[in-house]
Design a protein. Structure first.
Length: 281
């Protein structure tokens, strides 16, 4: 299956207006983590927090709802959240941990849980693993090039970044401008070119904007634990849902992009193999 194994696929958004105001799309990550924190399902979550450098995130251990919400919004450069999981458990004493991660990070986490030789104290502490859709990720210097050189903008003045309709969009006080995605090719992290996973197939649940209307997110529940937490949040009124559009702007679009990423990775892996370079698959 091009979308991996899942239990349900639907469109959803947070009902909390505070979360809606600061979220990228439907605010699913923030809503689920704050709900799980309130219900004692987790005691803290590792999120991509903000820093003094605009649009440059860093792994942050959030232990309150306000700290979780403060980290809302998509960052298109890497935040190595896995790097602080040990700190969250050992130094902060978190016994039930949530984390949000890109598909590649989740592959590493699941491998760690399968072979926990040096992380026995950590492997069973992760109670909610949320994956975000990811076609590619950019070094911070690449984002600066897009915003400041190609779009003549300013990182400091940029209020929001988004990808849609074939462009990378930035919002600033003067309006909105877009850069064609083909102009970003070659600036992505090298590993993105051989990654097959667009929809975080190994997460407890996956979420992203593709396939859902503006202000909503697509959600795929994948594990029993992920489905149980998500369904409970819906029943509690924290999240509202509706059926996903099956057409070309809904599920078909999601499947198309997921397939494109797998095809791209296969071609690049073959090219590297022919050159005698190592490949991961």
């Amino acid at each position: 299956m091009v979308l991996g194994t899942y239990k349900d696929i639907l469109t959803a958004r947070a009902t909390d207006k505070k979360i809606q105001k600061v979220s990228q799309d439907g605010g699913i990550v923030s809503a689920l983590f704050t709900y799980a924190l309130d219900e004692g399902i987790i005691e803290g979550a590792v999120v991509a927090g903000n820093t003094d450098t605009p649009w440059k995130p860093e792994p942050t251990i959030a232990m309150t709802a306000d700290e979780i919400i403060a980290a809302a919004g998509t960052k298109y450069t890497f935040s190595p959240n896995n790097a602080v999981l040990k700190e969250a458990v050992r130094q902060c004493g978190i016994e039930k941990l949530g984390t949000v991660a890109t598909p590649c990070e989740i592959m590493g986490l699941r491998k760690m849980q399968s072979y926990p030789f040096a992380t026995r104290f950590l492997a069973d502490k992760i109670k909610l693993l949320i994956g975000i859709f990811c076609m590619e990720n950019f070094p911070y210097a690449s984002l600066q090039t897009f915003v400041e050189s190609k779009l003549a903008g300013s990182m400091e003045m940029t209020e929001k970044m988004d990808i849609g309709k074939g462009k990378l969009w930035i919002d600033n006080p003067d309006g909105k401008s877009g850069l064609k995605l083909k102009e970003t090719h070659g600036y992505e992290q090298a590993g993105c070119n051989i990654c097959k996973d667009y929809v975080a197939e190994l997460a407890d649940l996956s979420t992203g904007s593709v396939g859902s209307p503006d202000g909503w997110s697509t959600v795929l529940t994948r594990t029993e634990g992920g489905k149980t937490i998500f369904d409970a949040a819906v029943e509690a009124g924290v999240i509202e849902t509706k059926a996903m559009d099956e057409g070309k702007f809904g599920k078909e679009m999601l499947e198309k992009l997921a397939g494109q990423k797998k095809d791209k990775a296969a071609k690049e892996s073959q090219r590297r193999a022919e050159l005698g370079l190592p490949v991961p698959w």
